[in-house]
Design a protein around this ligand. Structure first.
Ligand SMILES: O=C(O)[C@H](O)[C@@H](O)[C@H](O)[C@H](O)COP(=O)(O)O
Length: 223
């Protein structure tokens, strides 16, 4: 793991957006298309605000979430809503959204179709992850019902996940998809998450799911 510490959050968000933009640009130049996977939650909005204005061939970029809460897009908890409002706007409005949500009662009702969409854009060119203070990443929560299976190398690309800490049912990219990404960044803020990350580095993924990806990740942190 490479750890980057920034003087403040604003600087970190800006630099990270520039970094992601240049990595997507490299992939677009060499392959003609690129895929980007990003977290929802409360941290990455400012990265999206800068990235959405990047001069990239967005029409050839596929954007997918790391995970989604099983709520419709009119909910404030919808990560898809955050994506539409903060990332898929401006220049980036030309990108293709790979959905992780469908209007169905449970994740299981839609997962096969959603997984097909995801599989068409693997491996992920640039993966940005968040992390909770409980050491979850994407919706790989400690103690979640399907965690053990989702950490296996032969896991399907997408799995449904339920955990007490998760609130509503979730759908998440699984460990093999995260690990096959070409570039991996983790964005965290504050002392509590920094301590959690240091703890995770010494634990097995079943206890600290973010540990499954740490050895190949660039971690970006600011107070
Ligand atoms: O849907 C989600 O909740 C996310 O994708 C999740 O994995 C997130 O990155 C962490 O929970 C951190 O969330 P915060 O940035 O809100 O602390």
């Amino acid at each position: 793991m490479e750890f980057h510490s920034y003087p403040d959050r604003e600087m970190m968000m800006l630099r990270l957006a520039q970094r992601i933009s240049s990595e997507l640009g490299e992939t677009l130049r060499s392959s003609g298309r690129a895929s980007l996977s990003v977290p929802g939650g409360t941290t990455p909005g400012p990265v999206f605000d800068t990235l959405s204005g990047a001069e990239l061939d967005w029409a050839n970029v596929a954007v997918m979430l790391n995970d989604e809460r099983w709520v419709s897009e009119d909910s404030q908890r919808s990560n898809t809503r955050l994506l539409r409002e903060r990332l898929l706007t401006g220049r980036a409005a030309a990108a293709t959204l790979v959905p992780l949500y469908a209007d169905a009662p449970t994740p299981e009702d839609a997962i096969d179709d959603l997984a097909e969409g995801v599989s068409a854009h693997l491996p992920i060119s640039v993966l940005l992850l968040g992390m909770g203070a409980d050491m979850h990443t994407a919706s790989l929560f400690p103690g979640a019902d399907n965690l053990e299976q989702a950490l296996r190398n032969d896991a399907p690309p997408l799995m449904a996940m339920r955990a007490n800490a998760a609130g509503e049912p979730r759908i998440t990219l699984t460990a093999p998809v995260l690990k096959s990404a070409l570039r991996v960044h983790i964005l965290i803020t504050g002392a509590e998450k920094r301590a959690a990350l240091e703890k995770a580095a010494k634990l097995p993924p079943l206890e600290a799911p973010v540990a499954c990806i740490l050895d190949q990740a660039q971690v970006h942190w600011a107070e």
